[in-house]
Design a protein around this ligand. Structure first.
Ligand code: SF4
Length: 372
């Protein structure tokens, strides 16, 4: 039997619905593989409505892979600011440089070749290769997993190895030779618009006649998920230090926010004193002796993997040691420069919290008292 044939009627119904009802999105009207790649990276972990303005800004600012490769990382991170998961931006930039340096600026055409680039996993590789180049490869994202788990009534947890393999196999079986990219997009669209996590709209669904979960009345019980791990809570402290109208910011050296700028500080161990921990962090990392003054704000922020409570203190600079002059990754920025630098959302929250009346609230001078 020809591949894809068993599901032909289902697929035809899905495609008819997609061609009639799919949302009008800017990356669906382009065949430019660079723009399609960009959209797929932006859409990882991000809702369409959030990603859309970023996509439009990116395409305008850096319209080609050559422009992206030549841009400084700070510019790329600034364009990404507020979107989170900044590794995506760093990998996108690095991949563009590799494409220009090693592939003569030509974007790969196969899913295997895409997967050799940073930040491109099996889903993204399948999506780009099928949508931009018509390759017959599946692309299984979270939406597609949910649709397939319901359509074929998969009753094992989604993240089981065997379930994952079954999902990719089923997604591949659904593809056709002519327009595999459209089938992939139609499955994603179905998951985003009708086969939603909590309240699937089965009465409007084009593939309802073939849906095993719907037939058994268990569509709301699928897919099976393992219970989520609890997200750890982290306490941290940050210093607002002003000297001659400029504020000290530091470039994050590693981790999820690597490359972004933020307020200097540190995470707290349990029971650690804010005052001494902040002075030690500034001395050790940047060669700055400070006095810790008022607590200006406490900012809460949720990352995907942890919950942060950040205590922000006004600090007065007492002395710069020679080590400060040598320390990389620190810069004194004017408020205007601060707006132009790429900051993580949590650091923008801090700025918004401490700056309503900067002249009144920030040192010097600060009425000093010991922090808790
Ligand atoms: S019939 Fe319902 S559960 Fe089945 S695919 Fe359609 S929306 Fe999802």
């Amino acid at each position: 039997m020809k591949r894809g044939t068993p599901h032909r009627a289902l697929r035809d119904a899905l495609l008819r619905w997609y061609r009639r009802d799919a949302r009008d999105l800017p990356w669906r009207t382009t065949q430019d593989p660079y723009h399609i790649w960009l959209s797929e990276i932006l859409l990882q972990q991000t809702r369409v409505a959030t990603a859309r303005p970023y996509y439009e800004r990116f395409v305008q600012a850096l319209p080609t892979v050559q422009a992206l490769a030549a841009a400084p990382l700070d510019r790329v991170l600034k364009l990404w600011e507020g979107l989170g998961y900044y590794a995506r931006a760093r990998n996108l930039h690095r991949a563009a440089q590799l494409i220009v340096a090693d592939l003569g600026g030509q974007l790969p055409r196969t899913a295997d070749a895409w997967q050799r680039l940073p930040g491109v996993g099996p889903y993204t590789a399948g999506a780009i290769a099928s949508i931009a180049f018509g390759a017959r490869v599946p692309a299984v994202d979270g939406n597609v997993k949910r649709v397939l788990a319901r359509l074929f009534r998969l009753q094992t947890p989604l993240d089981d190895r065997a379930t994952r393999a079954a999902l990719w196999r089923l997604a591949e079986e659904l593809l056709c030779e002519k327009s595999p990219g459209t089938v992939n997009q139609a499955l994603m669209e179905l998951g985003a618009c009708l086969c939603t996590p909590r309240t699937p709209r089965c009465t409007e669904c084009p593939v309802a006649p073939w849906c095993a979960a719907r037939a058994a009345g268990v569509e709301r019980k699928l897919p099976i998920r393992r219970p989520r791990k609890t997200v750890p809570h982290v306490e941290a402290i940050a210093a607002i230090i002003r000297a001659r109208g400029r504020h000290l910011l530091t470039r994050r050296p590693a981790g999820l926010l690597a490359g972004l700028w933020g307020w200097p500080g540190t995470e707290l161990a349990e029971g650690e004193q804010h005052d001494s921990a902040l002075r030690k962090a500034l001395r050790d990392a940047f060669g700055l002796e400070i006095v810790v003054g008022d607590r200006l704000a406490t900012v809460r922020h949720e990352f995907s993997h942890r919950r942060l409570r950040l205590h922000v203190y006004a600090c007065r600079l007492v002395r710069r040691t020679p080590r400060h002059a040598r320390s990389a990754g620190a810069n004194w920025l004017s408020p205007a420069e601060l707006e132009r630098y790429p900051l993580a959302r949590v650091d923008r929250k801090v700025w918004a919290a401490v700056m309503p009346a900067p002249a009144e609230r920030l040192p010097p001078p600060v009425p000093l008292r010991r922090a808790r």
